[in-house]
Design a binder for this molecule. Structure first.
Ligand code: CDP
Length: 209
């Protein structure tokens, strides 16, 4: 079984996806970390993430060690990720890895993937599709708290603006734009606790099993 969880930045996808995977005994893949890795690799090589040649080369030679790099979670990597993610050659280079993981997860039981296009492009046949969203302000508040908890300097107006820019880039791009799959269940987490989000998702998964 495949559970696809998509949605905008800091909506609570990652927290939910990890918890669901643990609960179900499934393997989890954070697809955003792949795009962040590609973005970070371009930055480390002194390149421009918006440059299609540099971005494609990084996607095709992605150093998986970068996925454990502390800078992966920073805002520079997030911005670079959304710049490389708008490029078709980058998405194509990462597609097989994601599909293989979904179809043949290491533990052989099932997979939970979270991202922007899991239910629409990567796994259109997923048994469960969730679209997890929240208001821009709620998401920016969560991201600010996350950055501060990680000891990073974070300014509210900058976090809000970065998130707005990234939402626009992710939703308006030509290739695999962020949008709910036609058969996705939407969960708005603006005024829900992580426990409430988990319970809502669990009920949806149980109904489909
Ligand atoms: O953690 P957060 O929600 O801020 O972002 P993320 O899931 O780590 O994704 C970072 C960026 O990668 C997004 O803004 C998208 O541009 C891109 N991405 C994508 O295009 N497709 C995916 N399946 C996952 C991420």
């Amino acid at each position: 079984m495949i559970v696809a969880i998509d949605g905008p930045a800091a909506a609570g996808k990652g927290t939910l996806a990890r918890r669901l995977a643990k609960h179900l005994g499934f393997d989890f893949l954070d697809t955003g970390s792949l795009y962040r890795g590609v973005g970070l690799q371009v930055l480390r090589q002194g390149g421009d993430p918006a440059d299609p040649v540099a971005a494609k080369a990084a996607a095709e030679t992605l150093d998986l060690a970068l996925l454990a790099d502390p800078d992966l979670r920073g805002e520079a990597a997030a911005k670079a990720a959304s710049l490389v993610a708008a490029q078709p050659a980058v998405r194509a280079a990462l597609l097989d890895f994601q599909r293989d993981f979904a179809r043949k997860p290491p533990g052989n039981r099932g997979a939970v993937l979270d991202g922007r296009d899991v239910g629409t492009v990567v796994c259109p046949d997923a048994g469960v599709k969730l679209f997890v969203t929240a208001s821009l302000e709620a998401r920016a508040r969560r991201r600010l708290a996350e950055l501060q908890a990680a000891g990073r300097t974070a300014i509210w107006s900058a976090v809000l603006q970065d998130m707005q820019d990234r939402d626009a880039r992710d939703s308006k791009r030509d290739v695999a734009p962020l949008k709910p799959a036609a058969d996705a269940v939407v969960i708005d987490t603006t005024s829900l606790s992580p426990d409430q989000v988990f319970e809502a998702a669990r009920a949806i998964v149980d109904a489909k099993r």
